[in-house]
Design a protein around this ligand. Structure first.
Ligand code: C2E
Ligand code: MG
Ligand code: MG
Length: 667
């Protein structure tokens, strides 16, 4: 098989001169065919008869003079010229076309293999039917390609067509641009999923948009995680209620609305009355339980559109929209108070949790969130102070009260820093020996403007704010140091009593603080007595008995102050390692005129003695009171009759000179 003729193009394409080509074997040029193959192909072409063209484009390659090989398309035709059978072949170099085809195929494979769902829609046909979907689309949606081809892709949203982003999508398509939207789509099973859809237009040679390619990714999981995070950032973990920051958002929104439509809103601060007690005595688990139940109950009381938020600790805030007046607010809040007061059972114990509520109204009591919250808080404090389990609307005088508190707190901190506290000492008198047997340290505040301020004005606030802890520690150390100094000065050895408040006790390191004060001042433990109020000891009996024992071990004495004002369980009193009871001055005051008080004082003395305790009466001002106490064998007395609390220098004088014998006589 040889070439008879070849044109210039053939020579150029193959890199031979014409003379070289002529007479060359076809096998030299055709790269991958055998002689038999060629003969068979020619025979077939001949069999078809003249003028029939046979084209071949797959798998045919030609070899150039330099040995390189390239793909060709061959169109073959049989001619009979004279006696000779001639085959005319027209070959075309299809390197470019092949390259394009391969690239396309590669792209197809890539699309098929993509993990993102891909679909192509035709925009030249009415209703833009789907023309192609890849296997990932089938996996993601559960629809097979045959079920979706030819349909518009809106079936993916089912009946859920009222999605704002669908509008965006439509607008982008109308303008022929690309866009990205997030849609709620539905799988074939009916399950919803969040899909991020990116679409891009494909244009034909005339620049007209012929197709759109869409890439879908399932972002349900990522979105769930984000929603969870958002929820956590705006909700309280324990109760699931909105937290303070979400409350602020809602309140600001509500204010804007109320402002626009001239409506009233109410902000109610709800504080559980005895939560601290529950938490301290039954433990945090019980406390959490109570908070959760309270949260649920508050939720039950509200209408749609109202908010209940946890403000922190045992404080909740209600945001009541669209109130018609104080009556409607009162009704809502009364419901809340009643609902919360229903008994609940925690760890087998029935508890009642009442609450105090303070209310501020928009716009009457404030026009911004911060003011409304602050005023509701102030009103809540007032409700609490005036008997709990009730509510108060805000009034202007509450703010000044709150303002004063804040001012006082700041001043107290400063007082501690600048050493404005002093201790005065009040003698205790032993009725048998008729001499001073002890001194009670009582704190005073030397206020730069107000002069000497008595503890009644600041101890309460110091306890609430926790400042009592450093203040109490200061009093303890200063008292011990003073007692040691008197001892060193040769004055008769004397018991020093220091008052300890509940908060100091609950801090848990009282034993350490006391032993450090003794060690640092060098005062022997036998000269120190701690006065604990009755309510403190009794409310926390079980918890504190250990601490009391540890304190006793140090060698200090313990007395129960203000005895008779709280209620003591005798069984506890028996187990407590206390040394002394102090009859509260309220019973002493009317000992001579009120038979009940007289009976109580007598009973306390007897009770104390029956348990081997010494009994001290405080607030003794008159000879009559003294006579009564002596008659009933009270052990010690303390009061203005003998001495007011004195500055340290005056105490030294008194101890040297002794008591006024007239006071002692009781005449
Ligand atoms: P308290 O421990 O029951 O102290 C007795 C209070 O009665 C003292 O008031 C004292 O001055 C006053 N008093 C003494 N004799 C008489 C009297 O004959 N007639 C009248 N009407 N009152 C008398 P003070 O000093 O104002 O202290 C009040 C309370 O403040 C104390 O009650 C105590 O509970 C607390 N307190 C004082 N100092 C401290 C302290 O350092 N730490 C703590 N935590 N509390 C303290
Ligand atoms: Mg006392
Ligand atoms: Mg007292």
């Amino acid at each position: 098989l040889r070439y008879l003729d070849a044109n210039d193009t053939a020579c150029r394409m193959l890199g031979y001169r014409r003379e070289e080509l002529l007479g060359m074997s076809l096998l030299q040029i055709n790269a991958n065919v055998s002689e038999e193959d060629l003969r068979r192909k020619f025979k077939e072409t001949v069999a078809l008869g003249p003028d029939r063209v046979v084209t071949e484009s797959e798998g045919r390659f030609a070899r150039r003079q330099d040995g390189s090989v390239f793909p060709i398309e061959i169109a073959r035709r049989y001619l009979r010229i004279g006696e000779r059978d001639i085959i005319v072949s027209v070959s075309r170099d299809i390197t470019e076309r092949k390259r394009g085809e391969e690239a396309l195929q590669l792209r197809n494979l890539a699309i098929e293999a993509s993990v993102n769902a891909i679909l192509i829609t035709n925009h030249l046909l009415p209703d833009q039917p789907i023309e192609y979907v890849n296997p990932a689309f089938e996996r993601m949606t559960g629809y097979s390609s045959s079920e979706v081809l030819g349909r518009n892709c809106r079936f993916l949203q089912g009946t859920d067509r009222d999605q704002p982003e669908i509008e965006l999508l439509r607008a982008a398509i109308q303008r022929g641009c690309d866009t990205r939207v997030v849609l709620r789509n539905y799988r074939r099973s009916g399950d919803a999923f969040w899909a991020e859809l990116s679409i891009s237009p494909l244009r034909d040679s005339s620049g007209r948009v012929s197709h759109y390619v869409g890439v879908l990714s399932d972002i349900t999981e990522a979105r769930n995680v984000r929603e969870q995070l958002e929820h956590q950032a705006s909700h309280d973990v324990l109760t699931g209620l909105p937290n303070r920051s979400l409350l602020l958002d809602r309140l600001n929104q509500a204010i804007a609305q109320a402002n626009r439509y001239q409506r009233m809103i109410a902000v109610a601060f709800v504080d559980l009355d005895n939560f601290k007690f529950i938490n301290d005595s039954l433990g945090h688990g019980a406390g959490d339980h109570v908070l959760r139940i309270s949260a649920d109950r508050l939720g039950d009381c509200l209408r749609d559109g109202d908010t209940v938020a946890r403000h922190g600790g045992d404080e909740f805030v209600l945001l009541l929209n669209d109130q018609s007046g104080r009556e409607s607010v009162t009704q809502a809040v009364t419901r809340v108070i009643e609902r919360l007061a229903a008994p609940l059972s925690v760890e087998g114990q029935d508890l009642a949790t009442t609450c105090s509520v303070g209310i501020s109204l928009y716009p009457e009591h404030g026009t911004d969130a911060a003011t409304l919250l602050k005023n509701a808080d102030a009103a809540m404090y007032r409700a609490k102070a005036q008997g709990k389990n009730s509510f108060r609307f805000y009034t202007a005088d509450m703010s000044t009260h709150l303002g004063e508190r804040l001012k006082l707190e700041a001043q107290l901190r400063r007082a501690l820093e600048f050493g404005e506290f002093v201790l005065h000492y009040q003698p205790k008198v032993d009725l048998r020996s008729r001499s001073v047997c002890g001194l009670e340290a009582l704190i005073r505040w030397r206020h730069p403007q107000d002069g000497l301020v008595s503890p009644g004005r600041f101890i309460g606030l110091a306890e609430e704010t926790g400042l009592i802890v450093p203040i109490g520690e200061w009093a303890l150390r200063t008292g011990c140091a003073q007692a040691r100094a008197w001892n060193d000065a040769g004055l008769p050895a004397m018991m020093l009593s220091v008052n300890i408040s509940a908060r100091q006790f609950k801090r848990g390191n009282l034993v350490e603080i006391v032993s450090r004060a003794l060690a640092e001042t060098g005062l022997a433990a036998q000269y120190l007595e701690l006065e604990l109020t009755e309510s403190l000891v009794m409310e926390n009996a079980e918890e504190f008995i250990e601490t009391l024992n540890a304190l006793k071990k140090l060698g200090v004495s313990l007395s129960v102050d203000d005895f008779g004002t709280g209620y003591s369980s005798l069984s506890y009193l028996k187990r407590f390692p206390v040394d002394r009871l102090k009859i509260d001055q309220s019973f002493v005051r009317d000992i001579g005129t009120d038979p009940d008080d007289a009976a109580i004082a007598r009973a306390i003395i007897q009770l104390g003695h029956s348990m081997g305790l010494r009994v001290t009466a405080e607030g003794v001002e008159t000879a009559e009171q003294l006579r009564f106490l002596r008659e009933h064998e009270c052990d010690e007395v303390q009061g203005f009759l003998f001495s007011r609390p004195l500055a340290a220098e005056r105490v030294a004088e008194l101890l040297r000179e002794g008591l006024d014998p007239a006071a002692m006589s009781g005449d």
